[in-house]
Design a protein around this ligand. Structure first.
Ligand code: GLY
Length: 377
């Protein structure tokens, strides 16, 4: 390993050290944001349920001495999700985030048939959210009495598409992939702007499929540039290219990546929105940085050698800065691995705290830098 890569192994060891400790307290439960140094646990139906077991699977997969405890916890998490899978009302498009990192992960690693069946059931429910008039996957269910969001699609769903691509690959039935590509094409048409920034929420008429408008969602405003949304687009489009070989998805991933990298502050860790008016707090969002880094490394594998260095270097730089300046290492009582994530600024929820998806993508990025580019997505 080249000298400059030593930090990667050092970081991997520090992740292990911390997760050995935190896994004893967290066990087979579902952390989301770390507040005052301890991860707050969510109900299993929350969209973040897959990240903790997914992180444990990564450590289990890529460590020489297999820690069976990680496997046991990840499997126990997956088992608890059956109640969610059969509790139809709570299922929304985040099915992909949840079952890719649990059941698909376990199936890919251990060939467990029950996990394959769970993931296929999840893929079928996700397919059922497809609106054939607007060619989009419906994002959420109503949040409250009288809410109408049948026509809403969101950029985050790009990371849910791999569950459908995987379902087609594993069954040989192209239907799942067809739907995923229709949705990805809708994202090309309505979410990704000419300058490479992205919309968070796009609203369609659910009866006719007509485009109706754009909502700001978790970004500052409809025309701002929510950085985690951009990271979902970069990595999601790059994975769509990996599964389909369609160059338009790789080109879209590159376009958003160029916007993302060009708008990074000096230390390469993004603010939560790239287009903030003065006077609005410019908190960082390390989760956006970590996810984008995985996307950049995925693009680096996909493009010809002469282009690859740009994306590889940008992904590495983000991860290395996070390790060196944003990590909570050396026996810090903090349970999170990476500090300074921002979950939902407009609703003032979980600002400037470690987030489990930031931790997950940081570890996935390290795994890539250690030479394993296989993903659970
Ligand atoms: N998928 C929800 C979020 O990015 O916060």
């Amino acid at each position: 390993m080249a000298m400059e890569q030593l930090w990667v192994n050092e970081a991997w060891e520090k992740v292990h050290e911390k997760v050995t400790r935190t896994s004893s307290r967290i066990g087979a439960r579902f952390p989301h944001a770390s507040v005052d140094g301890a991860y707050v646990l969510e109900a299993p139906h929350w969209w973040t349920a897959g990240f903790w077991p997914g992180l444990l699977w990564l450590l289990y997969r890529d460590s020489e001495s297999k820690d069976e405890r990680y496997k046991d916890i990840a499997e126990a998490c997956e088992q608890q999700l059956d109640e969610v899978l059969f509790g139809y009302d709570r299922l929304d498009h985040d099915i992909g985030f949840i079952w890719s990192l649990t059941s698909v992960a376990r199936y890919k690693l251990l060939g467990e048939e029950q996990s394959r069946r769970r993931a296929l059931l999840a893929a079928s429910v996700l397919s059922g959210r497809f609106n054939v008039k607007g060619n989009y996957i419906r994002a959420w269910n109503p949040w409250g009495e009288g809410d109408r969001n049948e026509g809403w699609a969101i950029i985050d769903c790009m990371m849910n598409l791999p569950l459908l691509y995987w379902a087609s690959e594993t069954t040989g039935d192209p239907r799942f992939k067809h739907l995923a590509m229709e949705h990805a094409d809708t994202v090309l048409a309505h979410f990704i702007r000419t300058d490479g920034s992205v919309n968070h929420i796009v609203v369609f008429d659910p009866q006719t499929g007509d485009f109706e408008g754009v909502n700001g969602g978790q970004g500052f405003a409809p025309n701002s540039a929510w950085s985690r949304g951009a990271s979902w687009a970069i990595y999601g489009m790059a994975l769509s290219y990996r599964y389909t070989g369609e160059i338009r998805y790789l080109e879209a991933a590159k376009r958003v990546a160029h916007f993302f990298v060009a708008n990074l502050p000096e230390d390469s860790v993004p603010h939560w929105d790239f287009r903030l008016p003065s006077g609005v707090e410019r908190y960082r969002d390390t989760s956006a940085g970590a996810c984008a880094a995985c996307g950049l490394l995925e693009i680096a594998r996909a493009v010809p050698d002469e282009e690859s260095g740009l994306y590889q270097a940008a992904g590495e730089r983000i991860l290395r800065t996070m390790y060196e300046h944003y990590g909570a290492w050396d026996n810090s009582p903090e349970e999170g691995l990476i500090l300074h994530g921002t979950s939902h600024y407009p609703e003032r929820r979980n600002i400037d705290v470690p987030l489990i998806y930031g931790d997950y993508f940081f570890v996935e990025g390290l795994a890539r830098l250690r030479g394993n580019a296989e993903t659970f997505w």
